[in-house]
Design a protein around this ligand. Structure first.
Ligand code: NI
Length: 376
């Protein structure tokens, strides 16, 4: 690398602290986008002319022939009040970068700077996607509305990893995050006096039976060798103690790794809801809101990543898979992808108010991603 390492190390720390102190929520990343734009422009890095409300796509065009590949860095923060005692703690009340997306931005910028330095030797081009609203599960779709992916043949994603020491590259071939679906079930009964249930149809008793039965999809219907789950996370009914209400509403989430399981969950959830309601004389309406599919790490990309990490003398680990989700999976509907976790130092988990990134990993991660993106 031509660029002075110590200089870039310090610069990336400054950049990280600035983004960390000024977090913005999903779809509201206006200042974040402006800052990313300013840094890239200052470094002479090209920004593609997409009309995105927030987020942007940078491109480093190599002077040698080769394919186009991409790196996805998400940029949004969470509605959490930060508790970490650091000089660069969030200046925005109730908002913090608790998922490490400030690190993702910084690494994306550092990677762009390093690649820009060696454009003369770079084969093909690299697009760096600064994506809004990952926490909404749907921000990737904003990027995919543009034609950014039209010539990209593979995409890399990174995520902060507080279960590993700073700079550790964690990788696993296959499924690493789950498909994220949401459901809302409305049970219609007949309201009556709490002392005269015989005059009505109780939607709360119906809901209780339904919640129990829904758990049998996981235990009785889907392949036990494949991870999946269903959680009912909100139940709402009634207004007072002596009235049986006429309606109950519940919602929750289904997480699956396998495509067939995902289809089966939707089918069985609807059957159980409608038929359980019927068994109690009530009616059920089911709304199924599909989110991103499962994230799948391409075999050859996983191998390339592991090889590169070893070559660079970095510590490696087996990536933990999770029934959490990431909208990175939407890109993989189109092309092969690989979602890597990079150690941010062992500490509080992501989405915790005390989550913190060891800034010593920033340069290492940027250099690693730049080297990985040079591979054609
Ligand atoms: Ni995240």
């Amino acid at each position: 690398m031509v660029m002075d390492k110590a200089f870039l190390e310090n610069r990336l720390k400054d950049i990280f602290c600035r983004f960390h102190a000024h977090p913005e929520l999903s779809y509201k990343e206006y200042e974040t986008t402006a800052q990313i734009r300013e840094i890239l422009t200052g470094d002479g890095i090209e920004i593609l002319p997409y009309e995105l409300e927030t987020g942007l796509v940078a491109i480093v065009r190599g002077e040698k022939e080769g394919p186009v590949r991409a790196l996805r860095c998400d940029i949004d923060a969470l509605p959490i009040e930060e508790t970490a005692d650091v000089p660069y703690r969030s200046k925005i009340t109730g908002v913090m970068h608790a998922c490490g997306h400030d690190m993702h931005i910084t690494v994306g910028l550092g990677c762009a700077m390093l690649l820009n330095e060696c454009k003369a030797d770079l084969k093909g081009s690299v697009k760096i996607i600064f994506q809004p609203a990952e926490e909404s599960s749907l921000g990737a779709l904003k990027i995919l509305e543009t034609d950014v992916m039209k010539d990209v043949d593979r995409i890399w994603g990174i995520h902060a990893d507080p279960v590993n020491e700073a700079g550790t590259i964690a990788i696993r071939e296959g499924y690493v995050t789950a498909a994220v679906d949401r459901f809302v079930i409305t049970i219609k009964g007949v309201g009556c006096h709490g002392a005269h249930p015989d005059d009505g149809i109780d939607p709360i008793v119906t809901a209780a039976a339904m919640i129990q039965s829904l758990q049998t999809i996981t235990s009785r219907n889907v392949n036990a060798f494949l991870p999946s789950l269903l959680s009912v996370t909100r139940v709402s009914a009634g207004t007072t103690w002596n009235v049986i209400p006429d309606k109950a509403v519940m919602e929750g989430t289904v997480r699956t790794m396998d495509k067939n399981d995902r289809i089966l969950y939707e089918k069985r959830l609807k059957e159980i809801a409608v038929n359980t309601a019927g068994a109690y004389g009530a009616e059920a309406e089911v709304e199924w809101i599909a989110g991103p599919p499962a994230t799948y790490n391409d075999r050859s990309m996983s191998e390339t990543c592991a090889k590169k990490a070893v070559e660079m003398g970095l510590k490696t680990a087996v990536e933990e898979s999770s029934l959490g989700g990431d909208d990175f999976a939407f890109y993989e509907d189109k092309i092969p992808g690989c979602y890597i976790k990079i150690g941010t130092g062992i500490g509080h988990p992501i989405h915790h108010p005390g989550f913190m990134v060891d800034t010593g990993m920033l340069y290492t991660a940027a250099e690693f991603m730049a080297e990985l993106l040079k591979v054609v």
